[in-house]
Structures are given as C-alpha cells and as structure tokens.
Design a protein around this ligand. Sequence first.
Ligand code: F6R
Length: 607
Amino acid sequence: MCGIVGFTGSRQAAPILLKGLGRLEYRGYDSAGIAVVHDGAIEVEKVSGRIAKLCEKTKDGAAVPGTVGIGHTRWATHGAPTDFNAHPHVSNDGRFAVVHNGIIENYLALREELIADGYVFHSETDTETIVHLLELYYDGDVKAAVMKTAARLEGSYALGILCTDTPDALYVVREASPLILGVGVGENYFASDVTALVSHTKNVIYMEDGEFAVLTPDAVTVYDCTGRETKKPVSRVTWSVEAAEKGGYEHFMLKEIMEQPAAVKAAIAPRLHEGRVCLDDFELTAEQLRSINKIVITACGSAYYAGCSGRYAIERLCRIPVQVELASELRYSDPMVDEHTLVLVISQSGETADTIAALKECKARGATVLGIVNVVGSTIAKLADHTLYTWAGPEIAVATTKGYTTQLAVLYLFALYAADRLGRIDEARYKALVHELMELPRRIQQTIDMNWQLPAVASRYSSRSLFFIGRNTDYAVALEGALKMKEISYLHAESYAAGELKHGTIALIEENQPVIAVCCNEAIADKTLSNIVEVKARGAKVLALAFRDNRKIVSQADDVIFIPRVETVFSAALAVVPLQLLAYYAAKEKGCDIDKPKNLAKSVTVE
Ligand code: F6R
C-alpha cells in the first residue's frame, strides 16, 4: 500500500519522481504528491486522484525546479483521499518533508502529545505525526532527529525525508515496509519497489528493518539501528526495464496473462535436472521430511487459493496432511504448529502484512517456514527459513495472474520433490509427472491460443452475478476464477464446492443465472455433471470448463471452454487461464480500470 520514491543528483528531480511514481501506482492510487528542495525551501505539489493529474498540474514535473526530492502515491488508510491528506507532509517550520508507506499504530497518542506541544496539524493522517516529531527532535543533526523519531514510532514504515538544512540529502528508514536504494553514478535513489529504479540503475541495496540511510548524489551510507555505519551488499537486478512496461498490450493484466507460459517455464525449468526435481534453494533429507507430521499452507487472497490447489497436489503425492489457512485468520488462532510442522508461506509481493504476521506466529512455535515468494529480497523471503522464488518477474496489474500460476508451479515442484524424497511415488509415475511439469508452459500457451473466442463468451456471461462451481482441484480453481471476476469487473461472483449447492445455494438459481462449472477433475467430473444438470433444470445458463476431448460436457452445458488435457493434480495451472481472460474481457466490456481496480492496491502491507 502506497509507493514512495526519492532522487538526489544533478538532474531535475520532479520528472524523475513522477516517472518513478507512475511505476509504483499499482501500490495505491488515491492521491499523489512530490516535494523538492529548491532555493533552500521545500516546494510541494499534491493532488487527490491519479498521478496523471499530478503530471498535468506540474507539466510532467517541468514546472517544479530542484534536483533533490521525494514522491508518494497513496492508498488511503487514515483520512479520506483528499489533497490535504496526500503526502508529502511538511513540518510547521517548513524544514522537513516526509513521505511514508505503512501505518503508525500509536499515532493518536503522538498526535495528542504534539498538539499539546503546540504543533498544528493540517491533515488527518498518521504520517503527519512523523514530520512534527522530526521538528521536535531536531537540534542541527538530522540523523539524530530521524533516529529519535523512529524510536517513537510503533507500526510499520518506510520513510523518505527531506531537510532544507542539508539540501542535497535524502534520509530513509524502514521498519516492516519495503525500501530499496538505487545506486547510480552521481545520483542515487530510493523506492518501495525496484520497478521504479530499473530504468535508472540495476544496482540496488535492500534495506533491512531498523536500518537508516543517508543518500547524497555521490554517496549512499547505511546505518544499523544503533546508528553504526554498516556495509551493505549491492545486488544486481536481473530483469529489464521492458519487463515492467506494457509492451504493446492494452493492460498490464493482459500482458501478464500472456507471459504465463514463459513465467511458469522460468519457475520450473531451472529446477529440473536430468529428469529430477532439484530444489537447490531448499534441500531436506528424507529423515527431515519424515519428521514432518503436518504441512500448513498460509497466505491471503489468490496466494491462498494457490495454496488450496497445492494442498491437493501435496496430499495426493506425498500423503502428508495439509491444512490451508488464511493468514489473517491463522495469525490470531493460536495455531497448532510445532517443530514437526512445515509451514509454506505463499506471497507474490512478500510484503503482505497478515502473511508476515502468520509466518512469525508459526516460527515462534518452532515450525520450519518455507517461503514461496516472487519479489526478491522481500520481507517474507528474508524471514522464512528457506525461500523458493517463483521467478514470475515484475507483476504490475493489481489482480495477480502470472504470480498465481508460478506459485502453483512451485507447489507442484515441491509436491513432487517431497514425494520422491519420502519414497511415496513409484519411478514410472514420478517420471510421467516430471514430463507433465516440463510440458506445462507449452500447454498454458495452447490454452491461450485455443481460447480466442473468450471476448464473446465473456459478453454472454457477464451481465449479472455469477456462480463458479467445481469439486476438489476444480473447486480451488473456481475460488480463484470468482475472485478474478469480482475484483476487476465488479460483478458479484461466488464460488461453491459443487456438492454444496444442494445445501442452500441452489435456492438462488433461477432463469438465466450464469453458472461457470469447472470440470477438469475427471475422477469426479460426472458428479459435477450432475450438478450442472440440476442447475440447468432450474433455468441456469452453464458455461463449462473441461478438457478438450470431453464430449459428454458438450451435451449438457450451454457453452464450453476447452483446455488441453493435463494430469489432474496440475490442471489448475491451465484451467485458471480462461477464467482470468473471462474476467479480463468482462471488465473490459464494462469499461473498468482493469489494472487498478477500485479500492484495491497490489501490496497489502496493512492489516
Ligand atoms: C488477487 C490478488 C490478491 C493477492 C493477495 C496476496 O488478484 O492479487 O488477492 O493475491 O493480496 O498478495 P501477495 O501474494 O502479494 O501476498
């Protein structure tokens, strides 16, 4: 939630800040603002609404002189998305400006204290307390003021700070919110995400919790939480600028759907050697695996639904009980995990607040934590005992697509790896499944190619609320399909385990009610077929999703989306693709803002 950027160098800062904010807009888009130091004073420009409005107001930054600045794009938490609540916030004496990503949990107490001290607040935000604290603690040493201020803050924050007394310097500090420094030549940067940095530099420093840094055009100096200078490794970002651009597609979401064959290949191919799954980044002996009596998968949103699919693969292949828990629930449930539990924590961003909290709860109880994460260097990747990266590349659209399918790919690899190590799969089946995994990217491509007719199908099925049904692995896909539809097209979509229809929901089925039935799990497809017949008897209009050669379904459903045949345990990775496209085309037809759906943000770093 919220994106922050900063620049110090000899070029004009504002256009660079605005471009950087543009790349971070997926993190929040309620309001935007920049502050630059110019002629010894801080100049601020901010607007409620999108960054495009700020670009218009500042002539793409050209109207704002100055070579050092900070910027912010907001997902409102405290206070409505108004001009005065937009960041940056400035101290009463005009000396400091601050941008903040995170939440200050003790802000009310701080606010009362500061008001009693005579400070005047101009916004309803938690962030404004920070800038007044800086003024309070400043006695000529900015570093000391920042450290004293940080010591008063409870919650999460990545802060970017300007001070007029040190006009070429940026100050940053982080606690439980992402912050990355970009190291350039004669200029330096900070941002919430590398996507805002790659067009300038690929040399980055990942800040850790409690660390503080000072950036000038010629130096980046990082300090630990005690104020001691610390040497940080400079990492190289491996992906190109183009990866974070639309590349001719109308929306990032469509581009990312189309990138899935390549993304899934990037997740799988390096982990297959001579026909065997090798998880170099996570090696457990058979003995260690045998000491695990339960696997808990925890995550939020689509990552949770990936876990629901993964559960079937792991249980079927490894015969270890798997419990899938929403992180927001697990964190408060006094979870029954211990040193014999392996916890799989799934997150595209690696920064989801509830997921991080659930991870910490499990670790504190002695569980081994394996992170399945896309963003390199993210909080979850650092906190987990082991991390398997999903290698999806940057995902910009708020609705996840390749993030989700690459999570599935890693879960499948894990299931196969563990089954093999535990000796619970025979060699012929193992070989067959490895082959299926190798084929998965090609089959995803075939799925996309086969489904050129989806815009027309979407048009027929998206006129009102929808039901998504399925059983077992198909139910997991239905959950994700309904979420995609809700979040980007704003159509009401509900997913049900098909066998549950009779227990209440079927009361809602009436003439022309669209029902999307996922029927790729052939062992129980006939059961779902019966449910199709039942809803049709009550007037429903059924769109089924099935393997290409499933002829039975054609006689029952009104329309069928076909996908290539694939091993059932891996079928979610294919079946979800037409559902992503269906949601995309439904949203497009309705004229929705597909990449930035209302009220959402890509990275949910607040509870
Ligand atoms: C839905 C979506 C969200 C995320 C969820 C978890 O399209 O993107 O439901 O899946 O917020 O995010 P990560 O995976 O970053 O932890």
